[in-house]
Design a protein around this ligand. Structure first.
Ligand code: PEP
Length: 248
């Protein structure tokens, strides 16, 4: 039985005031939540979040990492820096990183490796664009994205990886994959893992991401191969995020 995981990706949305309100709001409703809940904060706010969530059930994640340990990489954040703020998770390969910052499958695979080498759990994002879906290439795209990581770290490493299937056409658009579309993609991803290692496939969490909200979360998370959600927009409102956390 895989535990439901709900991760909020705040992206570049935060201020000291909103972080305080959001975290206090989430904490006030956590007593009824059984899911493993993670908030992925922008780097400048990680210290604030760390202080606010001490001794709570909430976990902290970062939104990206640099593969280098330290040095002349202006603007970048290393795995050690992320860990310094008590974070255990890091989003890797988000479609915005892939499309806006040119992250290839190979770069994403290196980031997964560096996260794992440093004891961080990567939230490894994959997913096809609308054009790719309409061309019937969803399976080919996600296979290629996963294979790059298997080639780099081996299938056994997926014991410590969380996959997030995020169809690009559903991210931030208000268009959600139907439960059937999402389940079909998740089942395909799990079958690919099974071909490599059946026991790893059974334990690897596969989250859905793409306009998940309080109205659709229960049905999506209720699907056999959907183990939770990576939430963008709806993670910025404590009430909405909590409802999704409780849907699991
Ligand atoms: C995301 O950015 O990972 C995401 C799923 O965003 P949204 O929920 O806003 O579609």
């Amino acid at each position: 039985m895989r535990q439901v995981i709900v991760a909020g990706n705040w992206k570049m949305n935060a201020s000291k005031e909103t972080v305080n309100t959001l975290i206090m709001g989430i904490l006030s409703g956590m007593a009824d939540v059984d899911s493993n809940v993670i908030v992925c904060a922008p780097s400048p706010y990680m210290s604030q979040v760390e202080a606010l969530i001490t001794h709570s059930q909430l976990h902290l994640g970062a939104q990206d990492l640099n593969v280098n340990a330290s040095g002349a990489f202006t603007g970048e954040v290393s795995a050690d820096m992320i860990k310094d703020f008590g974070a255990q998770y890091v989003i890797v390969g988000h479609s915005e990183r892939r499309s806006l910052y040119g992250e290839t499958d190979e770069i994403v695979a290196s980031k997964v490796q560096v996260a794992l080498d440093n004891g961080l759990t990567p939230l490894f994002c994959i997913g096809e664009t609308l054009e790719q879906r309409e061309a019937g290439s969803m399976e080919a795209v996600v296979s290629r994205q996963i294979q790059a990581v298997i080639d780099r770290v081996g299938i056994g490493a997926f014991k410590n990886i969380i996959i997030a299937y995020e169809p690009v056409w559903a991210i931030g658009t208000g268009v959600t994959a139907s439960p059937q579309q999402a389940q079909d993609a998740h089942a395909f991803i799990r079958s690919m893992l099974t071909q490599n290692d059946a026991s790893v496939a059974q334990t690897t969490p596969i989250l859905y991401g793409g306009s998940m909200n309080p109205g659709n979360a229960a049905e999506l998370i209720g699907c056999e191969d959907i183990d939770g959600g990576l939430i963008g927009g709806a993670s910025l409102k404590a009430e909405d995020f909590l409802q999704i956390c409780k849907a699991g």
